[in-house]
Design a protein around this ligand. Structure first.
Ligand SMILES: Cc1cc2nc3c(=O)[nH]c(=O)nc-3n(C[C@H](O)[C@H](O)[C@H](O)COP(=O)(O)O)c2cc1C
Length: 400
């Protein structure tokens, strides 16, 4: 086979930079000076009261983030996290890292990069072996605020690999994973779960995680079988019950399309904060109060106006962040598709150019945005007209 027969995704696995540029991000073999926040000495089993107290102290020290970027394979990587942070996100999860592969790969793992501004940060792993998980977790502990266990992935690959939501069939194993980290790591352990069809099963599960040493729980309010987020609404009622049953901080996930959904979710469930995934991919400025046309249209009566920002602007900002913090091209390709999706629907021939491009370059991608702008049909992001709402929005440094 010749190199020209490689499918685009193989070339897309290459980093969008040379080695020199990579040096600007933290390398995982060089721990930062400051010691990470600790939940007690490794190896010590603390009482539940002490653990709950420490879990809250840690959460408060982080500033109790409400607006959080959910973990997304190939999509919640460093440049995207930084873009969302600029537009109001107050914390973020890395994409899921596979704990075994992470321990077997060279430390300069291109799937995990971070930098000083990239905090608070949850680094998420999938795992089914406590020792392997601990080994992987120790490598990232100096760079994050939580090591998170993915207990929610419902995909076939997770079934085959026996991780994610398929560990819901083996709760003793889940318990051993959480205990291993909680007793041996200086950074707190968090978990992200899906709900069971039966509420009491969900509550027993959540309680077991808390008892095992989980310091923060994110609950995606859909079951393992409810894979399609557009088809199945997340069950905020179940999330509220979990929040009321637990003593540690709880986060909610599901049904967030705009900033008002975040506030409604917090009010309805009593959670500390909300994770958003799919909405952020199209509109990384959602936490700053911006809406895509789809969600502004539904509420025309409320007076949505052009917010002075569009997805083309966001795509350019994202590309600049990628130049500074290199990631594999496949991640960039995926974001460009999602961020410019509304524009591609107006000008499908430009999308075809992107699809035909096996080897991406920044020059090509900036040119793509320019081309869309020149073709016209700009699709703005909208904001509420009311002055008080604009002032309340968490938009950060937009003028800079
Ligand atoms: C592209 C993509 C990748 C995802 N990867 C992960 C992952 O690595 N770990 C995880 O726990 N959930 C993952 N998820 C699920 C999201 O974190 C989230 O739970 C789900 O999309 C529901 O949130 P939403 O309604 O805001 O989209 C992913 C979702 C998407 C869309």
């Amino acid at each position: 086979m010749t190199i020209t027969s490689n499918p685009p995704q193989v070339r897309d696995d290459l980093l969008c930079s040379d080695q020199q540029q990579q040096q600007s991000d933290l390398q995982i073999e060089k721990p930062p000076e400051a010691a990470p926040a600790s939940l007690g000495a490794p190896g010590r089993v603390l009482s539940i009261d002490t653990r709950v107290e420490q879990a809250w102290a840690h959460w408060k020290k982080l500033g109790r983030p409400k607006y959080i970027v959910a973990p997304m394979v190939d999509n919640s990587e460093l440049p995207f996290r930084l873009l969302c942070q600029k537009y109001g996100a107050q914390a973020a999860y890395t994409p899921m890292l596979h704990s075994r592969i992470f321990t077997e790969t060279d430390n300069r793992n291109k799937e995990f990069t971070t930098c000083e501004e990239d905090r608070p940060l949850f680094v998420q792993f999938c795992a089914n072996d406590p020792d392997t998980l601990l080994e992987a977790a120790k490598k990232v502990a100096p760079y994050c605020d939580y090591v998170d266990i993915n207990l929610g992935c419902p995909q076939r690959i997770a079934r085959r690999g026996n991780y994610g939501a398929f560990l819901m069939d083996n709760l003793p194993l889940v318990k051993s994973l959480v205990e291993k980290l909680a007793q041996n790591l200086t950074v707190p352990v968090s978990c992200k779960i899906r709900i069971f069809p039966n509420l009491q099963d969900t509550l027993n599960y959540a309680k077991m995680l808390e008892d095992a040493g989980c310091s923060l729980l994110a609950v995606h309010g859909r079951t393992r079988d409810e894979k399609d987020g557009k088809k199945f609404r997340a069950d905020w009622g179940a999330i509220k019950e979990v929040r009321n049953a637990l003593r540690i901080p709880v986060l909610a996930n599901g049904n967030v399309r705009c900033i008002e959904d975040v506030e409604d979710c917090i009010k309805e469930t009593g959670v500390e904060g909300v994770l958003s995934a799919e909405t952020l991919l199209e509109n990384p400025a959602v936490f700053a109060g911006f809406r895509t046309a789809e969600w502004a249209k539904d509420n025309e009566g409320e007076g949505y106006v052009d917010g002075g920002l569009d997805q083309g602007d966001l795509a350019v900002e994202y590309l600049k962040l990628c130049e500074k913090h290199p990631v594999p091209w496949r991640m960039i390709r995926s974001h460009v598709h999602k961020m410019l999706g509304d524009w591609f629907r107006v000008h499908p021939q430009v999308r075809e150019q992107l699809n035909a491009q096996n080897i991406l370059t920044f020059e090509f991608l900036y040119g793509l945005v320019d081309q869309l702008k020149e073709l016209g049909g700009r699709v703005p992001l909208y904001k509420k007209r009311k002055i008080d709402t604009l002032q309340e929005s968490p938009q950060k440094d937009l003028e800079s």
